[in-house]
Design a protein around this ligand. Structure first.
Ligand code: RFL
Length: 384
């Protein structure tokens, strides 16, 4: 006889762990199957900010103390245009709503600890996960056995297996932009910093008291930054951030990110529901990937709780449409932001450069434009 539970959650990233905690707090049984081991999951560095809406989700669930306690709030974003500083006060334009500065690995570690300490069933190194009968009585098999569940949540990221059980239409977009990102022993900037200039895009974000993560735009196919000497990366950062005095530091990690977007529709099929990167990936511009994962998980948790308490499946059946509305809204915002900061570079044609400048200027001259930008940065419940 297979084991039984209410919900099998595949994947222990931000989406899966948020869902697991929200179900646990509502006494809905679940089993989380995670392909990797615990240290890998806890140490994976990616996002740095939980938006205001994400913070509210944990607060409403009574998880703020466990998950975001003591984390500083976002204030200014410095957009440095051709060396000229411009400070955008997001919270002031969004009615005080501010993001929470919490690195993804810390969020994941805290969510994981809270779930496991609360008696949650999380199985690491779960190999060979496969989904069966998702339109009737779902079963999930893996190297450790078989579990039958009322519902399955596919939270297994872009490279997971869940998505392939859904007859779907995929939408992909290649922005034609690459980012070379390095982690360095360099003091963090006072505020999150983006450099916009004819030399190309660059950014610097704090990662703790003594480290920064830097980003440098590059042209995929035409250049390979993995060949760049560290000195050259520092020289480009000084140029693009308009800061000749930027001190260099030891680079401790280097990565390449190619800016691609992806959405699969629908996000549900029978009793299988996708959440987070399993259903959509978004460029890091606007920092929405982790936040979409948390927002999906929140909506899914509420819908599952309602269905499993015997009310009805109405919310579950509207899950895909609701989450896709937010996903496309954020995709559009991320593309808008991507164009604004990258099209200013000399590699763009002169017309697009002027458009990018107009978009940038409007942010600082037009209250409605500033409010829109700040609202998207803070995250929005307006799609529900
Ligand atoms: P995750 O985090 O990929 O977690 C999926 C989990 O599923 C497991 N898994 C499986 N488990 C069982 N069986 C299988 N067959 C499995 N296949 C996979 C994996 O091991 C993993 O533990 O997806 P989730 O939960 O949807 O969370 C999404 C976020 O991680 C992602 O959107 C963000 O990291 C994106 N992102 C950023 N988001 C932001 O909001 N702000 C940012 O500033 C930001 N910066 C970034 C980013 C992503 C980056 N990379 C590398 C993709 C910067 C980078 C460089």
């Amino acid at each position: 006889m297979p084991e039984t539970t209410d919900v099998v959650i595949i994947g222990a990233g931000p989406a899966g762990l948020t869902l697991a905690n929200l179900l646990q707090r509502n006494e809905i049984s679940c089993v989380v199957l995670e392909a990797r081991d615990r240290s890998y999951v806890e140490e994976r560095q990616r996002a740095g900010v939980l938006d205001h809406y994400g913070g509210e989700i944990f607060a409403a669930a009574g998880l703020a103390d466990a998950v975001i306690a003591g984390a500083p709030r976002e204030k200014f974003l410095e957009l440095r245009y051709a060396g000229e500083p411009h400070f955008f006060d997001g919270p002031a334009h969004a009615g005080g709503r501010a993001g929470v500065i919490v690195p993804q690995q810390l969020l994941v570690r805290r969510l994981l600890g809270t779930f496991v300490d609360g008696g949650g069933d999380l199985r690491f190194a779960a190999a060979g996960v496969a989904l069966h009968d998702v339109t009737s009585k779902p079963r999930v098999t893996y190297a450790g056995g078989e579990i039958q569940a009322a519902y399955v949540a596919g939270c297994d990221g872009f490279h997971g297996v869940s998505r392939h059980s859904i007859p779907s239409t995929d939408y992909t977009f290649d922005h034609g932009i690459g980012w070379y990102t390095v982690l360095a022993d360099a003091p963090p900037p006072r505020h999150a910093l983006m450099g916009i200039s004819e030399h190309g895009f660059a950014a610097q974000f704090g990662r703790g008291p003594t480290a920064s993560r830097f980003y440098l735009e590059y042209r995929p196919g035409a250049e390979d930054p993995r060949d760049w000497p560290d000195d050259y990366a520092w020289q480009q950062l000084r140029l693009r951030l308009g800061d000749p005095a930027l001190p260099g530091g030891t680079i401790t990690d280097k990565e390449i990110v190619e800016m691609r977007s992806f959405v699969t529709e629908p996000m549900a099929y029978g009793n299988l529901f996708l959440a987070g990167d399993a259903a959509h990936i978004i460029t890091p511009m606007g920092a929405k990937g982790m936040n979409l994962a948390v927002a999906d998980a929140d909506f899914l948790a509420k819908a599952l709780i309602r269905a499993l308490r015997g009310a009805d499946e109405a919310a579950l059946r509207s899950y895909s449409d609701t989450c896709l509305r937010r996903t496309w809204d954020y995709q559009e915002f991320s593309r808008w932001f991507t164009e604004m900061v990258h099209d200013a570079g000399a590699r763009s044609d002169p017309f697009r450069r002027r458009l990018a400048k107009a978009r940038f200027d409007r942010l600082f001259r037009n209250e409605a434009a500033a409010a829109y930008f700040a609202d998207m940065m803070a995250g929005t419940a307006s799609v529900e």
